[in-house]
Design a protein around this ligand. Structure first.
Ligand code: ASP
Length: 320
């Protein structure tokens, strides 16, 4: 779906790609439906954006709890397309808050762009009397148009988060996002960017990783270790064809002995494993002998993206 509209010219072009979410939601603060309002209307609600050179394009219109690999693939292609245009200074992606951190990490690992790609979201719908969407959108455009900014970022509530650390920590608060102990990359104060630490960068895996039809992407699942755990879930997942398992371990990625036996059976059957922690905002540190491969600082949801991209790299070129 493409719905392009160009507004007044000033400065480098910022492309706003819409994917839905509460920022595009309609209804009251509790009983609203996410993903209802198009990007041109979201832009029109922010008078300060009238003087900016913007393009709007609707890539999807979903509640991000339902984010799919199909949308990720299309989004990555549209981001790559616009980044290659010399007149484009940066990209803003409007997105639901539920899975924002996964989509951000996905684009970070696939593209690691030199230009800023900035996620904007909201905790209150566009029709709320006190919607946070317009300010967050304005801040995201400020960051996307900033000459020094680069990489995939998320701008919410005056903070600019990086794609590795950012996570939704609270389901209702306006200040719902956190970068844990690392803290935000920058702050936006009085419309000005205050940089606290370097912009995010990694070795991009490249678009070749995501060219296979999403139906062919290897299944990767997350399993939690907990008191009274058994190997049943892992055995069932292996029987149903999973190719990768992210273990959401206790503490520093420790795993219940009964679950571990099943994980080792899965590994012997060729299933790839990454070990993360269910401690919010924490990293798995060290790799004691015999331990399962560590997801390091990645949350379980981001470790799933990482493992998915690793497995996609083993598929080779898609059929012509
Ligand atoms: N369920 C919504 C979404 O992720 C929540 C939000 O955007 O705040 O699309």
């Amino acid at each position: 779906m493409q719905n392009k509209s160009q507004t007044s010219p000033a400065g480098p072009v910022i492309v706003i790609l819409g994917t839905g979410g509460t920022i595009a939601g309609s209804g009251d603060d509790v009983g609203y439906t996410a993903g209802q309002i198009g990007v041109p209307q979201l832009v029109a609600a922010v008078p300060a954006l009238a003087s900016r050179s913007l393009e709007a394009e609707q890539v999807a219109q979903v509640d991000s709890k339902d984010m799919s690999h199909e949308i990720w693939q299309v989004l990555a292609m549209r981001v790559q397309h616009h980044l290659a245009r010399p007149e484009v200074g940066g990209i803003v992606i409007t997105h639901g808050t539920d899975t924002l951190e996964e989509t951000a990490y996905f684009l970070h690992r696939v593209l690691s762009p030199a230009k800023p790609v900035v996620f904007a979201a909201a905790m209150r719908p566009a029709t709320s009397l006190q919607s946070d969407g317009p300010q967050n959108l304005l801040d995201a455009v400020t960051v996307a148009g900033h000459p020094s900014a680069s990489g995939v970022l998320a701008t919410l509530n005056g903070r600019v988060h990086g794609p590795v650390e950012v996570r939704k920590a609270l389901p209702f608060a306006l200040d719902a996002f956190s970068s844990g102990e690392a803290g935000p990359i920058a702050l936006i104060q009085e419309g000005q960017l205050r940089l606290l630490r370097p912009w995010p960068v990694c070795e991009a895996l490249g678009m070749g990783r995501v060219t296979h039809a999403p139906a062919a992407w290897p299944p990767v699942d997350v399993v939690v270790s907990h008191a009274g755990a058994s190997g049943r879930v892992v055995d069932a997942l292996v029987a149903s064809g999973t190719r990768g398992l992210v273990i959401e371990g206790t503490s520093n990625g420790t795993v219940h002995a009964s679950l571990l036996e099943a994980i080792e059976r899965a590994q012997a059957a060729g299933v790839s494993v990454l070990r993360s922690t269910r401690c919010a905002g924490a990293a798995v540190v060290g790799a004691p002998g015999g331990a399962l491969p560590s997801a390091g600082e990645l949350s379980p949801a981001k470790a799933r993206v990482e493992l998915l991209l690793q497995l996609l790299g083993q598929l080779g070129a898609p059929p012509a």
